[in-house]
Design a protein. Sequence first.
Length: 316
Amino acid sequence: MVWQQKTKAVVMLNRIVEKESVKCAQYWPTDDQEMLFKETGFSVKLLSEDVKSYYTVHLLQLENINSGETRTISHFHYTTWPDFGVPESPASFLNFLFKVRESGSLNPDHGPAVIHCSAGIGRSGTFSLVDTCLVLMEKGDDINIKQVLLNMRKYRMGLIQTPDQLRFSYMAIIEGAKCIKGDSSIQKRWKELSKEDLSPAFDHSPNKIMTEKFNGNRIGLEEEKLTGDRCTGLSSKMQDTVEENSESALRKRIREDRKATTAQKVQQMKQRLNENERKRKRWLYWQPILTKMGFMSVILVGAFVGWTLFFQQNAL
């Protein structure tokens, strides 16, 4: 579909595993090794990865194995949007949306972007409704958000699953309208409020001390500005270097742990599916045998009853 429609971006709004259930296949590589899809004749290669606090941007190379033609696809993965829920704030959502827009992937010069979550109606519906209304506003059209949603539901039934998602859509559209009306500083404020440059799943609360090993030495770091007594003997340049290295190491470890956890949960799901499949095959094997045995039992019982009645009548 991505190749046929000449898509430039895939927007993924769910995690691979949510609530102990596999919501989506891992359809892109997480390292330098490319993924082959022999059934469709395509391969996917990871060119780059930019991990933010609540989303990740992958740059992928999609190759048609038969023709050798390659295309570059941007993969925008929102990693903290809960199923049946809403993002942390309109600012973080709009920062993500405008990041997708800035890539040029949503321009009419390209094919339509692929937007998906798990069911494809809740989170995907929220994203599509907000973006559609903002596009209409940019064109100067008067919009009726309710009517826009009802029109969209003619093509995708059930868009927007919960009242919270609809309420959030209104809030995001109102906030996004400020940018369209000419507030040049609003996007910078969204980025600051979203805290996208922080490490994923990392607590940046004050007085938080983090301990990390570097070359066998254990180093303690604080999020707050160190007092004079604590920073004795350390230059500000060394402090910045240690924090940057620690942040990078933590970001890498979190990413690796996330991959390992996802792989483990996927494997468990596969094992359960395989066990259910084995049970189904055993039942399919024994079902005709048991059916025949039951049929033969009925015939034998009927013959015995008939034979008994026949002899009783002759005896009389």
